[in-house]
Design a protein around this ligand. Sequence first.
Ligand code: 5GP
Ligand code: MG
Ligand code: MG
Length: 180
Amino acid sequence: MDQEIKEILITEEEIQQKCKEIGAQLTEEYDGKFPLAIGVLKGALPFMADLLKNIKTHLEMDFMDVSSYGGKNIRSTGEVKIIKDLDTKVEGRHLLIIEDIIDSGQTLSYLVDLFKYRKAKSIKIVTLIDKPEGRIADIKADIVGFQVPNEFLVGYGLDYDEKYRNLPYIGVLKPEIYNR
Ligand code: 5GP
Ligand code: MG
Ligand code: MG
């Protein structure tokens, strides 16, 4: 698997360090507020797991699965579909949306509108990676782990055709993998 990666952009150590920093910040911000942490499946799973271990105050977790990509597309289609909705009521709750990456912003923009409509008390977005050059929707994360240039990344939750999510780092695929 590793030999299919052209370049490691963010190492495992850098990711873990970042989870500690952001976790400490969120511990302060949410102390006593019992936030609902919402992971956007499947990509946010590794980041969510590592980040939440570093938030040292009570919180609740839930998951949402939405899709705006299909199969081998490497750009968002712009159309967001709910695959799995939350089990928890968001009305009156402090929400922390956890994302792997923001590119066009269309997925998040859809989710934020949905949660506003459902009367969340507050909404904060934390994303491990931000690709600001890809932005189409008018949306900004409150907390960004790493800003990266407009390249297609894999690893640590990010997939190409459902593979590479289990890499512990974030990297760029060798071009021959797409061209197969
Ligand atoms: P957006 O709606 O912001 O365009 O895209 C959000 C979703 O697109 C992310 O949660 C992720 O699933 C996917 N995505 C965006 N950029 C990349 C990338 O560089 N690599 C991979 N594997 N997925 C990406
Ligand atoms: Mg995602
Ligand atoms: Mg994907």
